[in-house]
Design a protein around this ligand. Structure first.
Ligand SMILES: [Zn+2]
Length: 239
């Protein structure tokens, strides 16, 4: 996600709309997601302990860089977008299984990622990160962190700005922050990242709490919400 030298096509717009041969954004706001998306879950449902070849140090470095970029994006854009001061959430970071920080007295859930409102922090199971990192790529890490950060943003807003479809709004805010971070040069995109983002949104493996359809919407709803944030920025997510 961070090493691309030259952008042939702006970030996730490639994924969501495709780009024409000049490398400019296509204008088709009504275009459907491209066929790079898939409704298939990762090839093999991962179970803890089978994530195999993941370079955890590299994965954690990606997570660190995602936190820095997404954090910088919100620090610089939240005050103007919402006309209020911004205080960042705490990032508790990775845990394993049930050894994460309790939230409201509840233990952490294996293979989950979450924003804890009472404690105002983000946390994620490193095995969840590793499974997606292994099967999809580093964009998985960026999207999960951006989504959970979206919940932290929701917690800072007046109720009338928070969608009843909170999960889809978090996907929208994730799209806004990742696209915005790319435009601001906080992250750069490697070839393959757009496809990885699509796969992440499409990875509705029900064995992951994080991707449960009943909580988060189906693939098309998630991609649509993410696309709204990419194209419309923060305001598109709160109207
Ligand atoms: Zn969520």
């Amino acid at each position: 996600m961070r090493k691309l030298a030259a952008l042939a096509c702006p970030f996730v717009l490639l994924l969501l709309f495709g780009c024409d041969s000049t490398g400019t954004e296509s204008s088709g706001g009504t275009a459907p997601p491209t066929t790079t998306t898939t409704t298939s879950p990762p090839s093999e449902p991962s179970t803890p302990g089978t994530v195999g070849q993941v370079d955890r140090a590299a994965m954690n470095q990606d997570a660190k860089e995602a936190v820095q970029a997404i954090g910088a994006y919100w620090r610089t854009n939240f005050p103007e977008a919402f006309n209020q001061a911004y205080r960042p959430p705490r990032v508790a970071g990775g845990y394993t299984g049930t050894d994460g920080p309790p939230c409201g007295g509840e233990p952490s859930v294996p293979f989950n990622a979450y924003y804890c409102q009472p404690g105002d922090y983000l946390a994620w199971d490193e095995d969840l990160m590793a499974a997606g990192y292994n099967q999809i790529g580093d964009a998985w890490v960026y999207l999960i962190i951006a989504h959970e950060w979206g919940h932290a943003i929701q917690a800072r807003l007046n109720d009338d700005l928070v969608s009843v479809q909170a999960e889809l709004q978090a996907d929208c805010l994730a799209g806004a922050s990742l696209e915005g971070a790319a435009k601001q040069g906080l992250i750069t995109i490697e070839p393959g990242d757009p496809e990885e983002l699509a796969k992440t949104l499409a990875a509705v493996a029900d064995d992951y709490p994080w991707t449960k359809q009943s909580d988060h919407g189906d693939v098309q709803e998630r991609i649509s919400a993410f696309r709204t944030g990419v194209t419309g920025g923060i305001p598109a997510c709160t109207t």
